[in-house]
Design a protein around this ligand. Structure first.
Ligand SMILES: Cc1cc2nc3c(=O)[nH]c(=O)nc-3n(C[C@H](O)[C@H](O)[C@H](O)COP(=O)(O)OP(=O)(O)OC[C@H]3O[C@@H](n4cnc5c(N)ncnc54)[C@H](O)[C@@H]3O)c2cc1C
Length: 521
């Protein structure tokens, strides 16, 4: 299975059913059971545990350097934090205020790199940061801050930052709270689609020869000589698979400390986002809203606006972080304070999601003060934990991990090419910042070429229809029909899928909708 499995010039179906050139959109011709058989037969160079952004990045890098690699996820790819973020590629102006200059510089440069290698998933986005008297965010300081922020990007930020007068801010945001307003600044980051970034990175890894299997969990691992014997379990059929690998990369995010070989210590904090209709706020650019030292964002997303986020310690079930009415009320409260005429209520919420930050532990201090730095630890030969970090820094985290893995394998270092080569050299309509139109052709594409196996795989991570559409349950029913045809579901299986999807919606694991939403059954 080494070498290019897809290749340029492959064809795929667009959302309208027309065939278009789509490189890396290879049909998943190898059946799942054949994939599992092959994992039992061969000794892999690298087994990547976790198909979030970090695992996807490691798999792509390792495959591009010619290693035999498999990436597995216990659920769907991007099931965890990597589909529940604020969707920003950013250095982090807030971290600059905390004096973490090295970290901001690193992330700022990666932001620019990702904009180059994944332009379809990195749209330059202006942020307006209004400033107020005695708020702790003085305008003069921010004016210097945003200049430093541009400079830390190296070759140049995605736009030129600068100060705004009071009138300038109000011209852009007429609904803003005016009391004690002094003006503001405007700076640039990029808006992405976190789940699509994972999926396209995995597609790219697969095109370089990586094997990618979702719904396959690492249950236990033990080292015998130079080989890791890994017990895997198919979480759909319960089939057990004994895989062998010279290196295991633990990229299991919030779950990473669960393995006996893991040395990583995490502190989990929860972040909730809510989605409202764009017309309710009318912001053309992103807006920074403050709550003391914390900052929240209003981020335009097509016809919608994403609002968030919270940052609170979390010790509940990792698989299903909740999104409480208090979380939603907190976010809406900050927005209503910033835009007094908005008067947002819970009924305005179209959808919400809740994610866990897998932060490197520091048991003390406020969640928002904990560093977003990353760490690569190897407690035993051939086992690498890679944890912390951000969506924005995933490529760098992967590069450093693969460098260490190759050294561990005693292999001559082959240069990393992930910063130079685009993630997808051509693409169809299946991947972008906003959800594609709902259509049979594109659903078939996700089933046949992007590992979609369940209704939520398409509704939540491949498309985001779950979060974007008011009548998301109606969309889900239509999509279930098309998926059923593509994947050969019978009537009973279709019902199971719909019930599973509905339960996920209600369990709040995938998102949250208010009780009287028109989207409910
Ligand atoms: C609210 C919030 C907002 C954020 N906003 C931003 C932002 O705007 N910009 C930014 O750069 N970063 C942001 N981040 C941080 C960023 O999202 C995370 O750092 C990143 O997504 C973590 O990716 P990961 O691959 O480490 O973890 P995950 O995405 O959680 O992936 C880990 C995967 O491992 C799988 N797994 C676990 N156990 C097993 C097992 N036994 N076998 C197989 N698979 C397993 C899980 O199912 C999961 O899919 C945000 C985070 C949060 C919570």
């Amino acid at each position: 299975m080494r070498g290019r499995a897809g290749g340029k010039g492959a064809e795929g179906l667009g959302w309208d059913g027309k065939v278009r050139a789509m490189s890396h959109a290879m049909p998943l011709s190898v059946s799942r059971s054949a994939q599992l058989d092959s994992l039992e037969r061969e000794v892999l160079d690298v087994l990547v545990v976790g198909g979030g952004i970090v695992g996807a990045g490691v798999a792509r890098d390792a495959a591009m350097r010619g290693l035999s690699v498999a990436v597995i996820d216990q659920y769907d790819f991007a099931f965890g934090t990597s589909s529940r973020s604020s969707r920003l590629l950013h250095g982090g102006l807030r971290y600059l205020a905390q004096g973490r200059v090295g970290m901001v510089r690193e992330a700022s440069r990666e932001k620019v790199t990702l904009s180059r290698i994944a332009p379809h998933l990195a749209q330059p986005l202006a942020f307006i940061f209004p400033t107020y008297q005695k708020s702790g965010w003085p305008r003069w300081k921010l004016r210097i801050g945003v200049k430093v922020y541009d400079w830390l990007c190296g070759a140049g930020n995605l736009g030129r930052s600068g100060g705004l007068s009071r009138k300038g801010v109000l011209d852009l945001l007429p609904g803003l709270e005016q009391n004690r307003l002094t003006g503001g600044v405007r700076y640039f980051d990029a808006f992405t689609n976190d789940a699509r970034l994972v999926l396209d990175t995995i597609r790219s890894a697969a095109a370089s020869g990586a094997r990618a299997v979702n719904y396959l969990s690492l249950e236990s691992a033990g080292r015998v000589g130079a080989i890791w014997n890994c017990q895997l379990r198919c979480t759909e059929s319960d089939r057990r698979v004994a895989a062998r690998a010279k290196v295991v990369v633990n990229a299991a995010g919030a779950w990473a400390s669960r393995f006996s070989a893991s040395r990583v210590k995490l502190r989990l904090t929860k972040g909730v986002h809510v989605v409202i209709d764009g017309a309710r706020l009318g912001v053309a650019e992103a807006v920074v809203m403050t709550d003391g030292p914390r900052i929240l964002f209003a981020i335009p997303w097509g016809e919608r606006v994403i609002l968030g986020t919270t940052d609170t310690d979390y010790d509940g079930p990792i698989d299903a972080p909740d999104c409480t009415a208090e979380d939603v009320a907190y976010v809406l409260g900050i927005v209503n304070r910033t835009f007094p005429s908005a008067g947002l209520k819970q009924e305005d919420v179209i959808s919400a999601w809740s994610g866990l930050r897998p932060l490197l532990a520091g048991p003390k201090g406020k969640p928002s003060d904990i560093s977003r730095a990353h760490q690569i630890i190897s407690g035993e030969p051939g086992w690498f934990d890679v944890a912390g970090g951000k969506l924005t820094t995933y490529r760098l985290m992967a590069e450093q991990t693969v460098d260490r893995a190759m050294a561990g394998l005693g292999m001559e270092a082959r240069p990393c090419r992930t910063a130079a080569e685009p993630i997808l050299s051509e693409r169809g309509d299946s991947s972008g910042l906003t959800p594609p139109p709902v259509a049979r052709g594109i659903v078939e594409h996700y089933c046949l070429r992007e590992w979609a196996r369940h209704l939520d795989d398409v509704m939540v991570r491949r498309t985001g229809w779950r979060f974007y559409h008011r009548d998301q349950m109606g969309t889900a029913r239509e999509v279930a029909g098309w998926m059923g045809e593509a994947l050969g579901w019978d009537r009973e299986q279709m019902e199971v899928e719909l019930r599973r999807y509905e339960a996920m919606t209600w369990s709040m694991a995938m998102g949250w909708i208010p009780p009287d939403s028109p989207g409910n059954l």
